[in-house]
Design a protein around this ligand. Structure first.
Ligand code: NGQ
Ligand code: ZN
Length: 462
């Protein structure tokens, strides 16, 4: 599909890598890179004036199919002990009903929603690989291709993170029945990576996701990492769920004598290519070590709240200059602004302080959260984006500031209001690598996609 590529964008105000600038003219190359940023310009004739431009946000962690079960897991079972693990049982049943067509339409619908709310890229932690009986599809990359098709149709950038999954718990325990759509043998997984690597182009980049230390044995994790250079993936993103639940920490200690983050940092070459998803139950030593590794912690505040995970020690991590990104994970929330608000509020509730995730250099909570998550998010999914700067991808959003809450506010106060105050999402335009995919709040496929989504949901829940 051809999207319109403007060569110039003009804004009265823009948050660039140099800070806030006024009357900014941005020029974009035909390949979708920002080639110049000139503050103090006049709007060229025929070029629209946007009130406010920001770098688009990367969503570092999504399980697209879970968008279709949002709201369906909120009725108590009656036993009084609903938790992450009982939610997971429901999710395992739900995913059994999904056909490849369902996977594609759910993802396409989700990606349009993400774009309309201001995300310009998504790290899809993709672990549905097999059919409902656990057999590979005739085309073993069928479901990965469905995700990529959804990305193409929507126009969002997809960083595809195929999941390697083999065990049900630490120490090589066999995968259970609920996990049969996820599992591979290591050589088959490497074949899958080879096939997907050949599809890597401007619209997609490939990483890997060993699911968790629970789901991947130590020898397989090491063999998988050792296979990356031959695949041309030495610098590709590596994402892993780690230390999300207390039970996972306890099980890891029982298996190895170490906590999960500690075990990972001791046994894997964690560096700036890595993204540790959740890392919720990290102790002060682990927090300092993650920051030092330059890995990004992929925080998913709304899902972590929804699933009763706990709260990551964010204040301590920022104090160590730790890098963060945000993920919509189970997709109960599709707004980057709401995700960041929940992140800050969780920190306030646990520290009993205000204005937590910021520092003297960037005292605005909104600006601190936004710039950290945009930069860290781009790093985590391997994209040159996350800031308005020459040489970065033109992943950009425009905000309507002519609303009761935003009018008459400027710069940091504007961003603080956008993030910390609940309001109608004011994103008007979204460009992904320079292509305009949301225009005046509208995506050209939204009506037909929502019709297809409703039909799919009917089939799935029938
Ligand atoms: C997931 N959800 O991969 O969808 C997990 C549950 C698991 C989150 N981690 C499955 N939020 O961890 O085994
Ligand atoms: Zn997850």
């Amino acid at each position: 599909m051809q999207w319109e590529t403007p060569r110039q964008l003009f804004a009265r105000s823009a948050l660039t890598s140099e800070g806030w600038q006024n009357n900014v003219l941005l020029e974009i190359s035909s390949s979708g890179t920002i080639t110049s940023i000139t503050p103090g310009s006049l709007a060229p004739s025929g070029v629209a004036t946007h009130p406010l431009l920001l770098a688009g946000m990367a969503n570092v962690h999504s399980h697209a199919f879970q968008r279709a079960m949002a709201g369906l897991t909120e009725i108590a079972s009656g036993a009084g002990n609903d938790n992450f693990w009982s939610w997971r049982q429901v999710m395992y049943l739900f995913k059994q009903r999904l056909t490849p067509q369902h996977v594609e339409i759910i993802a396409q619908h989700l990606y349009i929603e993400l774009l309309k709310q201001g995300y310009t890229a998504v790290g899809e932690f993709h672990y549905l690989h097999n059919d409902a009986s656990g057999k590979p599809y005739a085309n073993p990359i069928e479901l990965s291709e469905r995700i990529l098709a959804a990305g193409k149709a929507s126009g969002i950038h997809v960083s595809l993170l195929p999941v390697y999954y083999e065990t049900s718990n630490f120490g090589g325990m066999a995968a259970n029945d609920g996990q049969k759509r996820f599992t591979h043998r290591l050589d088959d997984f490497i074949t899958l990576l080879t096939a997907l690597k050949a599809k890597e182009d401007t619209g997609m980049n490939l990483g890997i996701a060993p699911h968790s230390l629970r789901a991947v044995s130590e020898p397989s994790l090491k063999a998988l990492l050792a296979a990356l250079p031959a695949l041309g993936m030495d610098n590709s993103p590596v994402h892993i769920h780690v230390s999300e639940q207390v039970k996972e920490v306890d099980d890891c200690i029982a298996w190895s004598g170490k906590r999960p983050v500690q075990w990972l940092l001791d046994n894997a070459p964690v560096n700036s290519n890595w993204c540790l998803i959740h890392a919720t139950h990290s102790n002060p030593d682990e927090v300092a070590r993650i920051a030092q590794s330059k890995a990004v912690v992929g925080l998913c505040p709304t899902t972590e709240a929804n699933l009763g995970d706990g709260i990551f020690p964010g204040a301590d991590f920022l104090h160590h200059q730790g890098r963060i990104g945000i993920g919509s994970d189970s997709n109960v929330c599709v707004s980057p602004f709401e995700e960041l608000r929940q992140m800050e509020y969780a920190q306030r509730l646990i520290t009993k302080r205000r204005t937590v995730l910021c520092d003297e250099k960037t005292p605005s909570v909104g600006r601190s959260l936004y710039t950290r998550a945009a930069n860290g998010g781009a790093q985590a999914i391997g994209l040159q984006s996350g800031a308005l700067a020459v040489g970065k991808r033109a992943d950009i959003i425009a905000i309507n500031t002519d609303t009761p809450l935003l009018a008459d506010k400027q710069e940091d106060k504007l961003l603080d209001t956008l993030i910390m105050v609940s309001q109608t999402p004011p994103v008007t335009h979204v460009w992904v690598a320079g292509n305009c995919v949301v225009e005046n709040g509208h995506h050209r496929l939204e009506e037909q996609t929502s019709t297809a989504w409703k039909k799919a949901l009917k089939e799935i829940t029938a």
